[in-house]
Design a protein around this ligand. Sequence first.
Ligand code: PLP
Length: 397
Amino acid sequence: MKTARRAASIGASATVAITSRAKALIAEGVDVVTLSAGEPDFATPGFVVDATVAALKSGHTSYAPVGGVPALRDAVAERFGREYGVPFERDQIVVTVGGKEALYDLFQVLVEPGDEVIVPAPYWVSYPSQIALAGGRMVSVPCDASRGLALDLDAITAALTSRTVGIVVNSPNNPSGAVYDAESLAALAELAERHDLWIISDDIYSAVRYDGAPFTSVLHLRPELRERVFIVHGVAKTWSMTGFRVGFLAGSRVVLGRCMALQSQTITSATTFAQHGALAAVAGDDAFLGPWLTAYDERRRLVHGALDALDGVRCALPQGAFYVFPDMRGLLDRRHRGDLIGNDRHLAELLLERAHVAVVPGAAFGSPGFLRLSYVCGADRLALGMERIAAFVGELT
Ligand code: PLP
């Protein structure tokens, strides 16, 4: 039987592979500290759950309009208007099945076979596959490790070719936790304008920031470029609603119209009652977030301090999201119980099998030699994970 090459080249996500192996070990009775997940460990706020249940009970169980429940589109338009300082109308917002589907639709609509899309590395694991599924080619441009994995504008400029059609920017960043500075984002916007490129601004972690780091998007800096800037967002990370699968896409009406045509032939609409839960979230009070951010911040400091103190490990203090992304290159080519650690994948494997800590290798994010650790578990478990990693590093020869 013949199958399509298109999908055969798409590998399963490395995050999922590590998490599955960790689960298998846990099922065998091993006490694994899982630092590989990409979702908050807090329960979805009660008022959101109540609104979702009420929506189900009051009969919101049929198809929603393709672009989303109108009241949700309006609430997102209102919220984005406040957060980005640019007014939005309902038809400049589309509700999607998570931020992931917003990105998928955008690449399908914006990328032609052979087109190149610039993505600063480290990057979120799904960009390369989604760009490839649209027939495009991702051009990965390393961020500056000596400046906490900040954008490297010179390198981005050098990567431009006549085939470049757009740039993806994700700040706060998954996996590095870096929050890109306004100057670099302004330069990026300038580049996009000069070379007639679009920018996808994946702002899904915008609410998760520390030390007063401001949320800056290219749209704040250059509102007049709004026709070429697409915002991807959603309820997953801010409200701990990953399983609701509700995301948002904002941008040009023409492009959004095509995304909606695509949705009408693929998903029909995001789940109707989940959209009502999302409406409660977006229109509701964010007071629940304060204690969450305090807890994340405590954990961030704990993990950063523990890792940065290790011989051969360098770890920038991230300003956003809930990940740290230490540079482990100083541990490569050393031995653990006689086995040579060849690369970050091998290091992650050994950490899981021998130290019982699940982390994701940086190669999955386009930055070999690094590891991603999520701090979405309690401080006690984190401290245990850090002790185990320190003991493992102490055993290296
Ligand atoms: N963008 C980034 C950078 C992410 O980390 C994620 C999820 O991990 C998404 C987008 C998609 O989020 P969702 O589809 O759960 O809304």
